[in-house]
Ligand binder design. Structure first.
Ligand SMILES: [Zn+2]
Length: 67
């Protein structure tokens, strides 16, 4: 399961959550204020700064073709 980044609209906290792709677009529950206003951030693309790269390649255990 991929990790998605979310940002809370209530308290602006940013957090990551492991979700299936199907759930990725749904709001996530914010761990710091408990609201369900966590909106998914677009990672990788549309990130406007040179944020140090890395994390593009799937670091799984080899080429297992599931899905
Ligand atoms: Zn919050």
């Amino acid at each position: 399961m991929p990790i998605y980044e979310y940002r809370c609209k209530e308290c602006a906290a940013e957090f990551e959550q492991l979700r299936s792709m199907r759930e990725a677009d749904q709001n996530a529950t914010c761990p710091s204020c408990g609201s369900d206003q966590g909106e998914r951030k677009m990672s990788s693309f549309a990130s406007g700064g040179g944020n140090g790269g890395g994390g593009c390649a799937p670091s799984g255990g080899g080429g297992r073709g599931f899905r």
